[in-house]
Design a protein around this ligand. Structure first.
Ligand code: GTP
Ligand code: MG
Length: 626
């Protein structure tokens, strides 16, 4: 029998009603008998104790239900910006999306961030304007905001009545015609629904929209295996459970993959994850047995596509166990949390016996603290958070090492050039077109392409710590020279052939010299802030922004309220949030959106290196082992 699937994301800013809507849909589909409540901690998707305690979603969760012959795998995601990493991983496995906007709060900065990511990935998206029952609900205004700030290509599917009351209701404009359905499935038009997830008003309409206006996939199991792991959980006995979406092919129990052997499969279908022998393209399954698997991994063939959609974490903090003897336990626990959330970068400074983690913000810090206490029995304290900077090369630099010379015991010549690339470009590693592929140590790397791939890996590892100890990025690195020694070569080139490890140790040596010649600038994360404040408080607000160092503050008066826009270093956004209530009589609100990295003014901050520093040759050689 032909089966069709829809892998559906529910995305929105925090508190918009994603989890409540999810409950409604499960109820409407007959999967649950009673609508659970976020406020009572009884929903299906906020199943973690911490989620129920705080009333927010922290981890993405999958539930499944049938609509009109289609199996819908719904992925409820967290809306708080501190947990954006969860959304990041989910994006790549979606066939369609419902973006929820509150009829009271309207389009938020986070809504725009999510929208842009969905657009970049071409995910067909319906909009749901929720909370029409709440005081202050203004769906018409929100529709305007959607058209102004998200997209003009919207089609309202109904109108709302008795706004702001429990009796708020929706009158549908009628069923979608074929043309609308076709263009909506193609992501060209975005139907907008109105309703209240709390009272259930308008939810049958969204339900039917999900069934008819989003693209579905046939389950056929054909073709080579291509699957993506988007979530990792630990089972009761500590085993890894990998949530995986198949794009092509079939995966069976007992199949052997690079990450391990599949020992059990549960496929999401009509309400639950059901034990099975195999999972096919289009479906989502939980896989057991893949001991080595990591979030974001591809099983089988990798599908091309954009990998990073959102900002990286901008803060880090040193974590200390209350019991000084629990250091090792803490390292293990943080390592496991980092498996589930690869953006929790755990840095271990053995020299100082310190562990630090990268963070998006305070809420995530509290969640990590609570998780360590609840799941690992570890009491910890976080020391003051600091900003994570990056380094960018300021010019172009080139260096080379020649084999059989006192500074290079690694049996190969290597030349590297580093040049700045556009902000946000990341790192690109190339081979100079003038290189003769035969000069590369092909005995070790088999093919020239494989050699370049390995160089790519070694360069990225070496760039983790630049001249000031920060990650170096936004640059192009070119291999400009390569040669190797041979047992029967001429005297200057006589010697053993280089191993992959030799090359791995040689790369930092050459690259840091090239970077020293290029020079590098330490850049800090900055946020674009928009503060809405009473117009009469503009004076004190501008003065405060000036004191915080925002040179570009511009006010736009809009009657009684004015909007002040400015760029602020990440570290000062919190400070501004602290000051605003006092400056505006409690009336001001501020939105902040990550806006890239700016060069720090004054003395660049240094970060302690954790890897051997090639600039001190003797020590470097002693540490890396030569
Ligand atoms: N009045 C009213 N309240 C709602 C509605 N939908 C959700 N809420 C309430 O809004 C709050 C947040 O709802 P959630 O469903 O947790 O929102 P969410 O988008 O899942 O939140 P996060 O996952 O934490 O981002 C809860 O107190 C809900 O009871 C609605 O339609 N009307
Ligand atoms: Mg939620």
């Amino acid at each position: 029998m032909l089966r069709r699937m829809l892998n559906l994301g529910i995305l929105a800013h925090v508190d918009a009603g994603k989890t409540t809507l999810t409950e409604r849909l499960l109820y409407a589909a007959g999967v649950i008998d009673e609508v659970g409540s976020v406020d009572k901690g009884t929903t299906r998707t906020d199943s973690l104790a911490l989620e129920q305690l705080r009333g927010i979603t922290i981890k993405s969760a999958v539930v499944s239900f049938p609509i009109e012959g289609v199996t819908v795998n719904l992925i409820d995601t967290p809306g708080h910006p501190d947990f954006i990493a969860e959304v990041e991983r989910v994006l790549s496995v979606l066939d369609g999306c419902v973006l929820v906007v509150s009829a009271v709060e309207g389009v938020q900065p986070q809504t725009r961030i999510l929208w842009r990511a969905l657009q970049r990935l071409d995910v067909p998206t319906l909009l749901f304007v929720n909370k029409i029952d709440r005081a202050g609900a203004d769906p018409e205004r929100v529709l305007d905001e959607i058209e102004q700030r998200l997209t003009p290509h919207v089609v309202p599917m109904g109108s709302a009545d008795e706004l702001g009351t429990r009796a708020a209701s929706v009158a549908s404009f009628g069923a979608a015609d074929i043309e609308l359905a076709t263009r909506s499935r193609a992501g060209e038009l975005h139907p907008v629904f109105f309703g209240s997830a709390l009272t259930g008003a308008g939810t049958p309409e969204v339900m039917s929209g999900i069934g008819t206006l989003l693209p579905t996939r046939e389950v056929d199991g054909e073709g080579p295996l291509s699957a993506r792991v988007f979530k990792i959980e630990r089972g009761p006995t500590g085993e890894r459970v990998a949530y995986t979406r198949l794009f092509s092919g079939t995966l069976r129990v007992r199949e052997r993959l690079d990450a391990g052997k599949v020992t059990a499969i549960r496929v999401f279908a009509d309400g639950d994850a059901v034990q099975g022998d195999s999972v096919q393209s289009g479906e989502i399954a939980k896989l057991w047995g893949l001991a080595e698997v990591q979030i974001g991994d591809w099983l089988g063939e990798r599908r091309p596509g954009v990998e990073h959609h959102f900002e990286p974490p901008t803060f880090e903090a040193v974590v200390e166990p209350a019991d000084p003897a629990a250091g090792r336990q803490l390292r293990v626990a943080l390592g496991q949390l980092a498996e589930q959330d690869p953006l929790i970068d755990v840095r271990q400074d053995d020299g100082r016996g310190e562990i630090s983690v990268s963070l998006y913000g305070e809420v995530q810090r509290e969640v990590i603290e609570a998780t360590l206490a609840d799941e690992y029995g570890l009491e910890v304290a976080f020391r003051e958070t600091t900003t994570i900077c990056i380094e960018r090369p300021t010019g172009s630099g080139e260096a080379a090492e020649i084999l059989n010379t006192p500074t290079n015991p690694f049996h190969a010549d290597l030349g590297l050039r580093i040049e700045p690339a556009a902000p946000g470009a990341g790192v690109e590693v190339l081979a100079d077109p003038g290189l003769d592929p035969r000069d590369a140590p092909l005995y070790t790397f088999k093919t020239f392409d494989a050699f370049v791939e390995h160089m790519d890996e070694y360069v990225r590892l070496a760039l983790v710590e630049g001249l000031y100890g920060w990650q170096v990025t936004d640059c192009t690195v070119t291999v400009t020279k390569i040669a190797y020694s041979l047992a029967d070569g001429p005297p200057s080139r006589r010697g053993p052939m280089p191993t992959a490890r030799d090359m791995k140790k040689l790369v930092p040596l050459v690259l840091m010299q090239a970077l020293e010649e290029a020079g590098s600038a330490v850049c800090e994360p900055v946020f674009r802030i928009a503060a809405e404040v009473p117009t009469e408080t503009i004076g004190p607000m501008l003065a405060a922004l000036g004191r915080l160092g925002a040179g570009d503050a511009t006010p736009t008066p809009r009657g009684e309220l004015s909007v002040l826009e400015a760029t602020l270093p990440a570290s000062l956004v919190q400070e501004l949030r602290r000051q605003i209530p006092g400056l505006t009589g409690g009336e001001g609100v501020v939105d902040a959106e990550f806006a890239g990295y700016h060069r720090v003014s004054g003395e660049p901050p240094m970060r302690r290196r954790l890897t051997p520093d090639p600039r001190n040759l003797q020590e470097y050689l002693a540490q890396v082992g030569r």
